[in-house]
Design a protein around this ligand. Structure first.
Ligand SMILES: Nc1ncnc2c1ncn2[C@@H]1O[C@H](COP(=O)(O)OP(=O)(O)OP(=O)(O)O)[C@@H](O)[C@H]1O
Ligand SMILES: [Mg+2]
Length: 388
């Protein structure tokens, strides 16, 4: 079950103990931390995220002012003011500070939990409404760009690149981005974004005869980062009931709603996915600096050539650069016969942490070299790096 992350700001030990005691055993609530003053509270808001912040109105003599700053800095966090007295002035100040609720202490554990739950739900609904109302309104291009991340070798970082590229494209130019997991049998892009998919591509295929833009959008899962996702089926053997026409319909509808459709692919060609290659504006082929991966990519380029795939859509990405000291960028370029579009350094610690936590690097480690490299690729695409 998804947990509601709480942060408490108060200088009163008695009040904090009461709250901690009331919440410790509630399994869907996670006490993420505490602050005793404004400086600590703002430092927390800069670095971390809470779903609900409890602000003691007596903090440094004016908790309302702090609440105002917090609601400006963390617009997606619900604030609850903790007050000792109920007066008209208190309510007015609470409303203008952007708080969702006011609790007059001492309060019962049930009242506290109820307030947290309601404030959280109300914030979440408002966020979903904002997100859901926007794909078409904010769409910039007539037809969304289709960026496909592929390799015929497993484990080179397709999923890592696809998820983080989607996030970076959305951040780069506030574009509407949908990530589609077309690794139909073993897709795990939802894990990389910590999404428990309510709907998957199999729900879409079940409705294929009725599918229009609105119905298509209703199967997408919003991610707090602002991107959307169409998840792969949770059970393998999808290819028994999905075909190329279904895939084409789905991609076309998504292109009509989003600025970018980023596709995470399996490590093989398959007739079902032929339309994805045909429709793509950009094919990002990923390799690592290993002889087997580079040979594999060379063979993949030959296959694409024999299928008459347009060479000007191909962009090569070297991932895990530095993994093998003997193989340098220029060796990779010489072997593959074309320049690299992007290079992502090997960073086992940060990438593993981001993938395990299901938080994009751009959010978890925005200043890391590997994130900067993903952003560099996103920037080139946004500036027109996508051919045709
Ligand atoms: N730049 C990097 N530095 C360190 N580790 C990385 C990097 N990129 C990817 N990885 C790690 O490599 C592993 C494979 O990555 P990923 O799942 O993205 O590959 P994939 O090509 O999608 O694999 P598959 O073909 O199985 O779908 C993961 O454990 C991931 O954390
Ligand atoms: Mg993958």
């Amino acid at each position: 079950m998804e947990k509601i992350k709480i942060f408490i700001i108060s200088g009163q030990d008695e009040l904090k103990n009461m709250i901690t005691g009331a919440l410790t055993h509630v399994e869907y609530i996670l006490l993420a931390g505490q602050a005793v003053n404004t400086a600590e509270a703002l430092a927390f808001a800069e670095t971390d995220e809470a779903d609900v912040i409890l602000v003691d109105a007596s903090v440094e003599g004016d908790g309302y002012r702090l609440a105002e700053s917090l609601s400006a800095r963390c617009p997606e966090t619900a604030l609850i003011i903790l007050e000792s007295r109920l007066q008209e002035e208190v309510m007015r100040r609470a409303i203008f500070s952007g708080a969702k609720d006011v609790l007059i202490y001492p309060f019962s554990p049930a009242k506290l939990i109820d307030s947290i739950y309601r404030s959280y739900q109300s914030m979440k609904k408002a966020h979903q409404r904002r997100a859901q109302s926007s794909p078409r309104q904010r769409k910039k291009f007539q037809q969304g760009q289709l960026a496909v991340v592929f390799s015929t070798k497993g484990g080179v970082g397709k999923t890592f690149l696809a998820t983080n590229l989607a996030f970076a494209l959305a951040k780069e130019n506030s574009a509407r981005v949908v990530l589609v997991d077309l690794d139909l049998d073993f897709g795990n892009a939802s894990l990389a974004l910590d999404i428990a998919p309510r709907y998957t591509i199999s729900d879409v295929v079940n409705e294929i005869a009725n599918l229009d833009r609105d119905l298509m959008e209703s199967f997408l899962i919003p991610h707090p980062s602002g991107i959307w996702m169409l998840a792969a089926n949770v059970q393998p053997r999808m290819n028994e009931f999905i075909n190329g026409e279904h895939v084409e319909t789905i991609i076309k509808l998504l292109q009509s709603s989003f600025d970018y459709v980023v596709v995470d692919m399996p490590a093989r060609f398959s007739p079902i996915l032929d339309p994805v290659f045909q429709m793509s504006n950009l094919l990002l082929l990923v390799t690592t600096p290993e002889v087997s991966a580079i040979r594999n990519l060379k063979a993949c380029l030959n296959t694409l050539d024999s299928l008459n795939f347009a060479a000007n859509k191909i962009r090569l990405v070297l991932n895990k650069a530095g993994l093998c000291a003997d193989i340098r960028t220029k060796d990779v370029e010489a072997t593959l016969g074309q320049p690299l579009f992007g290079t992502l350094p090997l960073d086992i610690k940060l990438v593993t942490d981001s993938m395990n936590k299901g938080i994009p690097l751009g959010r978890l480690y925005p200043r890391s070299k590997v994130n900067r490299s993903v952003e560099n690729i996103a920037g080139k695409i946004a500036r027109g790096g996508a051919a045709v």
